[in-house]
Design a protein around this ligand. Structure first.
Ligand code: GTP
Ligand code: MG
Length: 202
């Protein structure tokens, strides 16, 4: 009989300032919250801040990088996602790159209503590979999230789903999810896919 295995996976979230990286992380529900809390209390491993199903309209820029931890069950594995939220603002970015190394998956986020945030993806993608320097850059798992699809009922979006999917295809079939951190739309499936991709890369 095989015992349950616990796996720690490191995920880095990148994208322009204001696209909603922090909001997505805060929104992402945490189904095994109590189990992990119990585990942490018993083991007293370290202090971790949990954010659960909260959305704030107010923008507060991330400075440097911060992480939250989420627990997921994937097949027979108990997976702990260590999700690093980085700063999109250029002046804070240099503080974040130190955390790229050892990543198991990179999540790129853009705002479907802001073309510039989509155009920046190329740069985030390349810069990540340069800084993280993974063993096999060609097969390193990325995931793209097109966020804020709720804005103006979708009428103000400037990047079509087709265009985003074409970019993903050109980059080696990166999985793509359209999300709304505000309305908690598609955030859960996106993070499940992220965990699976990171696990496969382990
Ligand atoms: P940096 O930390 O500067 O890199 O920005 P960020 O990518 O972490 O953006 P953040 O999550 O702080 O969100 C920026 C603003 O967008 C905030 O005012 C959020 O309330 C808002 N926002 C985030 N996600 C959504 C969304 O899905 N829909 C809408 N309407 N607003 C959103
Ligand atoms: Mg932020």
């Amino acid at each position: 009989m095989s015992g349950r295995r616990r796996t720690l996976l490191k995920v880095i979230v990148l994208g322009d300032s204001g696209v909603g990286k922090t909001s997505l992380m805060n929104q992402y529900p945490f189904p095994f919250y109590l189990i992990l809390l119990f585990f942490l209390l018993i083991r007293s491993i370290r202090e971790i801040r949990y954010v659960h199903n909260k959305f704030s309209q107010q923008y507060k820029a991330t400075i440097g990088a911060d992480f939250v931890t989420k627990e997921l069950q994937i097949d027979d594995k108990l997976v702990t996602l260590q999700i690093w939220d980085t700063a999109g603002q250029e002046r804070f970015q240099s503080l974040g790159v130190a955390f790229y190394r050892g990543a198991d998956c990179c999540v790129l986020v853009y705002d479907v209503n802001v073309m510039r945030s989509f155009d920046s993806l190329e740069n985030w993608h390349d810069e990540f590979l340069k800084q993280a320097n993974p063993a096999d850059p060609k097969s390193f798992p990325f995931i793209l999230l097109g966020n804020k699809i709720d804005v103006d009922g979708g009428n103000s979006r400037v990047v079509s789903e087709k265009k985003a999917k074409e970019w993903c295809a050109a980059k080696g079939n990166i999985p793509y999810f359209e999300t709304s951190a505000k309305e908690d739309y598609n955030v859960d499936p996106a993070f499940f896919c992220i965990a699976k991709a990171a696990l496969a890369n382990e």
